[in-house]
Design a protein around this ligand. Sequence first.
Ligand SMILES: [Zn+2]
Length: 302
Amino acid sequence: MGEILTLGIDIGGTNLRMGVVNEKGEILSFSREPSSAFTEENAKDMLCEKIENHLAENGFTGKIAAAAAGLPALMSRDKKTVLSAPNVKGFDGLQFDESFEQRLGFPVFADRDTNFLLQNDIEKLGLHNEKNILGFYIGTGFGNSIFLNGEFYSGTNGAAGELGHIPTVGSDKKCTCGNRSCVETIASGKHLEELAARFFPQTDIKRVFKEHVNSPIINLFVQNLAVPIATEINILDIQLCIIGGGVVDMEGFPKEQLFDWVHFYARKPYPQKNLRLIFTKHNQQSGVFGSAVFAQKILKSR
Ligand SMILES: [Zn+2]
């Protein structure tokens, strides 16, 4: 038996990324292309074709044991059905069933992308012995992953951890999920873009923290980010929290301010007293790596 190779797949609204990873955690291949090739009709066929192409181009045809795909989506509890994927065409209702294995010769597992980002962070930050971890990923939306008792927690229907969609007082704005007043409407990259356009039209959005970190507008934005984070900490009493995403990665993002606000809102004396907030940084390969490692773990648990 040779070493076990798995394929990680990161399906986003903008890009489709793939890569083969070995048991040592080395990324042996990587590709990125626009995800615009997916349509309402062809998603499953197109995904299989893209997988076959990637493996052929990199010399891995017939050598893969399993794949895992991360999606910006609500997945069913058994991870077989995509319940809602508003940001990627053709994936609503798609079944991650045996048909993938029949065509490709290996199974394709699937889950929400944030779980695979947290899987990436668990590996990269050496958190293998931790049983309870919260992941907060602030990008265009507000992503969340709950790692509870050594497993990703998915709730009764698979819809746990929709932290961006808890209701909040002070916003009546319509959210992409269809509801109103979701915390994501005031705590997300999308909202930061609105703020920047309205209050700092002269500033390149990339520099908005660097140039306006002391503005009350930015202070309130950072305070709003801390509210859902502290809310989940207070409900679950989990002390280890990973915070990342495109917004947090921006130049001059006031990490200390966010840190202070999370501590401000966390219940005293616990869970506030021994909170561990760790800031993480992702790259193009993070989602692919987390997915591939997850596939390795499923294979080993069988
Ligand atoms: Zn919402």
